[in-house]
Write a protein that binds this ligand. Structure first.
Ligand SMILES: NC(=O)c1ccc[n+]([C@@H]2O[C@H](COP(=O)([O-])OP(=O)(O)OC[C@H]3O[C@@H](n4cnc5c(N)ncnc54)[C@H](O)[C@@H]3O)[C@@H](O)[C@H]2O)c1
Length: 378
């Protein structure tokens, strides 16, 4: 017997497609009791929303997200809009008793995020934030290795997220597709957009961060705004780097930019422990690089583990050992874990409360960049 989970999705851009693909695929590969049903998609342009609904199999269309939230036949609201709408939609959805799957970053800042946490906790509704990189099998495998104590005491955590798509001074800010350059829609620049992913993975793998020292730069100070047609000050951070101390005593080094010519989405991390080290690279996402100091000296070296065997995380659900999966599967895994959590009652992380920790670290990094001081994470 399966139980339908009626999804109402708001926003149908990049993430709208990634999530719709995940809802459509998950029940073909994961045997969960709850099965997503694509009930409605919401976007402001009815014709475009209908075309999207036809392509992905949604049963109906709404043009006002409030109407979607009011509908009795929607169980879970999926928020795939720019960041400035997350809070309002999430709080309204919680008050209507809906489960919520919200895109990252949770909110524009930690104060907003706290209000969102209180709303879902008061309403006692299932909630999750789409920090999908936790569910890349090689990253989940890294978590298993760390939790088994195979790295021993951890000394260093290093992460990068590098892109190069905003180098042109002619690129406008704001509006469809370019809202990420507009602080009013995005909250921050690379800190909330890219470093938030690195931070979520880091605190999941290596525990809490106590304090940070950050620096940011906005290389192009003014850009034409798509909505006003006027040159306006750019208020997002184009690049951000920070040092941090983790609660477990290890040191962290993080860097993100959209000005690293040649890099499109180079997300990498490396962790150095007393007994072993691991490295991961999104461009080669099914591999985990592993160095084990207990190996015999003459044979000791970095091993490239192809994380595609049936005893690797999630991989028994896919093809045969040796065959790779990709980026989109991380979203399928996240949906599968959310559906499973509805049966077990054990929340699928990151919950809103977990994601608030990332938000607080982003806030501390941005505050530190302003003052030039080491800043504790609230
Ligand atoms: N998990 C990830 O790896 C990942 C990747 C990309 C984006 N994101 C996050 O997903 C969210 C959306 O990003 P995106 O890249 O999909 O953006 P996008 O610009 O591709 O899509 C945003 C969508 O929101 C819609 N929208 C805007 N205002 C609306 C309103 N008032 N009512 C209904 N729909 C509205 C737009 O029409 C568009 O369909 C952001 O919070 C972003 O940070 C996460």
């Amino acid at each position: 017997m399966s139980t339908p989970l009626n999804i109402g999705m708001i926003g149908y851009g990049f993430m709208g497609r990634a999530h719709s693909n995940a809802y459509n695929r998950v029940s073909n590969f994961f045997n969960t009791e709850h099965k997503p049903v694509l009930k409605a998609v919401c976007a402001r342009d009815e014709e475009k929303a209908q075309a999207f609904a036809n392509t992905w199999g949604y049963e109906s269309v709404e043009t006002d997200w409030r109407k979607l939230i009011e509908r009795k036949d929607i169980d879970a609201v999926d928020i795939c809009t720019p960041n400035n709408l997350h809070k309002e939609i999430a709080i309204a959805a919680a008050q209507a008793g809906k489960m919520i799957l919200c895109e990252k970053p949770l909110a524009m800042n930690a104060a907003e995020g706290e209000e969102m946490c209180q709303a879902v906790e008061k309403a006692k509704v299932a909630n999750m934030v789409w920090y999908n990189y936790r569910r890349v099998p090689a990253v989940t495998f890294a978590k298993q290795l760390i939790d088994q104590g195979r790295l021993g005491r951890i000394f260093h955590y290093r992460a990068n997220f590098l892109q190069d798509w905003t180098i042109s001074a002619d690129l406008p800010q704001g509006g469809q597709a370019l809202w990420r350059l507009d602080a009013a829609a995005a909250g921050s620049g690379v800190t909330g957009d890219l470093l938030a992913h690195c931070i979520d993975t880091a605190i999941w793998l290596n525990g809490s961060i106590d304090n940070v020292s950050g620096m940011t730069e906005t290389f192009i100070k003014e850009r034409k705004h798509t909505l006003t047609g006027k040159m306006q000050k750019v208020d997002i951070d184009d690049a951000c780097a920070f040092l941090c101390r983790f609660e477990n005593g290890s040191l962290g080094l993080f860097e993100s930019t959209r000005y690293a010519r040649g890099h499109k989405a180079l997300y990498t991390f490396e962790i150095n422990g007393e007994k072993a080290s691991i490295k991961w690279d999104l461009h080669d996402l099914h591999r985990l690089q592993w160095f084990d100091h207990s190996d015999e000296g003459v044979l000791r070296g970095w091993t490239s583990i192809h994380v595609t065997d049936s005893d690797h995380p999630y991989m028994d659900k896919w093809w045969v050992p040796g065959l790779a999966i990709g980026y989109e599967h991380s979203f399928v895994h996240q949906v599968a874990d959310f559906l499973e959590s509805l049966s077990t009652g054990k929340p699928a992380g990151p919950t809103f409360r977990d994601a608030l920790e990332t938000q607080k670290i982003c806030d501390a990094v941005l505050a530190s960049a302003k003052t030039g001081q080491w800043t504790p994470v609230e």
